[in-house]
Design a protein around this ligand. Structure first.
Ligand SMILES: [Zn+2]
Length: 348
């Protein structure tokens, strides 16, 4: 008898995600290939349910993006490709890949919220959290997580969505979409000041959405201890107060100490701890409903092990892959920032 396979944790994947590619660019198809190799090599892929994505519909995209911008990305791809800004490329297949990335995350969110699966990770490219309603930037074409959160609300699958963005960069696009929306909480940890320049600690949301944005701008050098304090003392109590129906995670692994694009000090064990906390948060607050989606992370082995550890957390396993160990650099304290943010968010 084979051991019983637990198929309640899913991943979204389609080979079209490899067709958005520019080999000389840090955000290239090798990232996703390496993730799949490691998941396969560690025997995890076969224990997961594959959710096949479908392209996002125009109506779904236009809950987040202006039609002129969607048309522009289509046109750049159709004419052979080009650049939306200095660092955001569009290849001839990028429009179709980006539709499938957004649609893939919608598919995962639907499957979790309708009880088809327990939890999952959308292994999609291009990433999304920098894309604003009218503009692609920072390697992102369409804002996958925003499209999926809006779909969950519009379809009536969820009434309140809590987004955690632990990519090292601030998800300016996601925050812009939801700053005035009281049904979506956006919480971000990010290196600051750094690309894209947004995400100051005083941003808290606007109008009806006031109080539903948490920006935690961190100086370079914050690592496992600092991130753990931010999660325990800010993100947990705010999620508890918000009472979400779903937790979505913008999972970027570029806050690792070996990442070539940033200067933070998280280890893979630190990232694994964050993943476990988020899974526990979902279990405690919203029946375990959590979906991760791929954002940044440019050291390929770190990226692949980071994703692997997120799957271990969702599968309820204690295993942690951390071949690189803790950061060799000293840890920067976060005491003052936590005091200021707890005060701003009336957590005292
Ligand atoms: Zn990033």
């Amino acid at each position: 008898m084979k051991p019983e396979v637990d198929l309640s944790t899913a991943y979204v994947y389609d080979p079209i995600y490899l067709e958005h590619d520019l080999p000389s660019h840090p955000e290239n198809a090798r990232r996703l290939k390496r993730i799949l190799e490691v998941l396969e090599g560690e025997g995890v892929l076969g224990r997961l349910t594959l959710l096949e994505p479908r392209p996002a519909e125009e109506e779904e995209l236009e809950r987040v993006h202006v039609p002129e911008y969607v048309a522009r990305v289509r046109q750049v791809a159709q004419t052979g490709g080009g650049n939306l800004d200095l660092d955001t490329y569009v290849s001839s297949r990028s429009f179709d890949a980006a539709l499938m990335a957004a649609g893939g995350l919608v598919r995962a969110v639907e499957a979790v919220l309708t009880g088809e699966i327990d939890n999952g990770f959308a292994l999609v490219r291009p990433p999304g959290h920098h894309a604003t309603p009218a503009r692609g930037m920072g390697f992102c074409l369409f804002n996958n997580i925003a499209v999926a959160a809006r779909a969950a609300l519009a379809e009536g699958w969820a009434g309140r969505v809590f987004i955690v963005d632990f990519d090292v960069h601030h998800g300016n696009g996601t925050e812009e979409v939801f700053a005035q929306d009281s049904a979506v909480f956006y919480a971000s940890t990010h290196q600051y000041p750094y690309y894209p320049g947004t995400g100051d600690w005083s941003e808290i949301g606007e109008g009806d959405g006031r109080g539903t944005v948490l920006d935690v701008p961190l100086p370079p050098g914050v690592g496992d201890a600092g991130f753990a304090r931010v999660f325990t003392e800010l993100i947990w109590p705010l999620a508890e107060r918000f009472c979400p129906d779903l937790i979505l995670v913008s999972a970027g692994y570029d806050a690792h100490w070996k990442d070539p694009l940033a200067q933070m000090n998280l280890s893979l064990s630190g990232y694994a701890w964050l993943g476990r906390e988020l899974v526990s948060m979902a279990e405690q607050l919203c029946k375990g409903r959590i979906v991760f989606t791929l954002e940044g992370g440019y050291q390929l082995d770190v990226l692949a092990c980071g994703v692997l550890n997120a799957f271990y957390a969702m599968l309820g396993e204690d295993t942690i892959a951390d071949p690189f160990g803790p950061s060799p650099h000293p840890e920067r304290p976060v005491d003052d920032l936590i005091v200021r943010l707890r005060e701003l968010h009336t957590l005292n």
